[in-house]
Design a protein around this ligand. Structure first.
Ligand code: NAD
Length: 483
């Protein structure tokens, strides 16, 4: 047994009190769906967790009607302070049920429990607390006095941070006075349905939040629905494009949070040990299923060999395995489909001539797994440098001057995030100024805070989530100032 072998420390699943099947959450109640139900599984074992209803067009219509009625009769008539009280209550209930939510998230998504426990769920609570505080201060959101809510918001989210993406969507929408129909991703519906139970516990008026489960067709029905005033979408660039086409000319407001291919730039004066931790966190956190992941490492040529050697050493210490084990660093890939995509792109990386390396690690027999992988000798033209892999795969490129680093960092159709590692504040600021990315981290990576706006340029989408800016996506100016 090496010093790296830890005794297993699995988090107990006993805290979960799951039902064998879940319906749609419409008008404050769980109801049957008209579509064919599907089984949601644990990607770490492929074992089934529960049966989940599918919402067809009619179900989506009922959910939108419920949201409209709740908006007209209840939610639009409440004061901001009263809406804030519900949001505070939801935040506290999320904290009370935090352990259960973390276990459910790791079970259904495959992410390590230490991440869902220490990052996802605390941030979910933080998002509701933050926007609860805004609900009675909308006059200061930057849209003039007494801005108006938009009405019914349709929200569609991906599988990589299921409950956190839900919080990013629902908290600002409710604070701004909108009602919601939300569709979780088809591979990770579980925590959204537990959240529906929390809404019942919080006595949120029926219809203010509705949750419709299903795949792309359910999302399309929501996007097409004529009585939805706003669509907020997080997911792939292709689906985002389709949604933009569908909503064009309809008067629906739209925000899109799409993919990324972020550069993490390490200069030769960077604190190398910290930079290594930041690079590892940048791409191997959440198995690399992170839209803002630092998937392209740009390292100054004169420190390349040292950085790669230390990186390989650090990767050899990561533990891959059971997401519910508290020692696990790398959990399961969320689905077979995503695993196939990672395999296809990494095979292309090898075929195009990049050098592939992974630490020795045991891959469990069942479930979907991919060992952390580094590609060195990557050229900007390689697919692994251009396309989003959305997996634990780092593409390493080199540069000699800050100019070259900036040119390479910006040489992407995306523009969601970037990182800069350097000892010199002046260099960090000068480079950050010229990076076309919505978020630039300096000597850190993958930091999230509800007060900080997040969003992209170019094919990474438009609109901002988080902060005061996140509220404006759910508000319209009200020139007359009529409350
Ligand atoms: P996806 O676009 O396939 O699915 C996202 C959601 O959209 C799911 O709920 C899905 O059911 C739904 N959907 C699929 N087709 C639809 C359609 N035609 N109309 C309406 N809804 C539809 O993406 P994914 O594979 O679930 O997520 C991974 C992608 O999400 C990555 O590209 C990643 O970068 C991106 N992402 C972006 C952010 C961000 O904030 N920018 C955050 C997380 C993930």
């Amino acid at each position: 047994m090496s010093f790296l072998d830890y005794a297993p420390a699995p988090e107990s699943r006993a805290i979960l009190n799951l039902r064998p099947s879940y319906g749609l959450f419409v008008n404050g109640e769980f109801v049957d769906g008209n579509g064919t139900p599907f089984t949601t599984i644990s990607p770490a074992t492929e074992e089934s967790i529960a049966e989940i209803a599918t919402a067809d067009d009619h179900d989506v219509d009922l959910a939108v009607q419920a949201a409209r009625t709740a908006y007209d009769r209840v939610w639009s008539k409440l004061s901001g302070a009263d809406r804030g009280k519900y949001l505070f209550r939801i935040a506290r209930l999320v904290q009370e049920r935090a352990r259960e939510l973390a276990v459910a998230e790791s079970l259904n998504n495959g992410k390590p429990i230490k991440e869902s426990r220490d990052l996802d769920i605390p941030l979910v609570a933080a998002w509701f607390f933050y926007y609860a505080g805004w609900a009675d201060k909308l006059d200061y959101a930057g849209l003039g006095a007494a801005p108006r809510a938009l009405g019914v918001a349709g929200q569609i989210i991906p599988w990589n941070f299921p409950l956190l993406m839900l919080a990013w969507k629902i908290a600002p929408a409710l604070a701004a006075g909108n009602t919601v129909v939300l569709k979780p991703a088809e591979t990770t519906p579980l925590t959204a349905l537990l959240f529906a139970e929390i809404l019942q516990q919080a006595d949120l008026p029926p219809g203010v939040v509705n949750i419709v489960t299903g795949a792309g067709a359910t999302g399309q029905a929501l996007v097409r629905h004529p009585d939805v005033d706003k669509i907020a979408f997080t997911g792939s660039t292709n689906v985002g494009r389709e949604i933009a086409r569908t909503t064009a000319g309809t008067g629906k407001r739209l925000t899109l949070e799409l993919g990324g291919k972020a550069a993490n730039i390490v200069f030769d004066d960077a604190p190398i040990d910290q930079a290594i931790e930041g690079v590892v966190n940048g791409i191997f956190f959440n198995q690399g299923h992170v839209c803002c992941a630092g998937s392209r490492l740009l390292v100054q040529e004169n420190v390349h060999d040292e950085v790669i050697e230390r990186l390989k050493h650090r990767l050899s210490t990561l533990r891959l395995g059971d997401p519910l084990d508290k020692n696990t660093d790398i959990g399961a890939v969320n689905s077979r489909e995503q695993l196939d995509r990672i395999k296809e792109l990494t095979a292309a990386g090898e075929a195009e001539g990049a050098e592939r390396w992974s630490p020795a690690c045991e891959i469990p027999a069942n479930g979907f797994w991919f060992a952390p992988t580094i590609f060195t000798g990557v050229q900007s033209s390689h697919r692994i440098a251009r396309e989003e892999i959305f997996g634990p795969v780092l593409s390493v490129l080199t540069f000699r001057t800050p100019e070259e680093a900036i040119a390479k960092a910006n040489n992407t159709p995306y523009g969601l995030s970037a990182g800069i590692w350097s000892d010199k504040g002046s260099r960090v600021l000068a480079v950050a100024d010229r990076l076309k990315a919505g978020v630039v981290w300096s000597n850190t990576f993958n930091r999230f805070d509800p007060a900080s706006p997040f969003g992209g340029y170019k094919e990474s989408g438009y609109g901002r989530e988080g902060g005061k800016q996140g509220l404006t996506a759910y508000l319209a100016p009200n020139p007359g100032g009529v409350k």
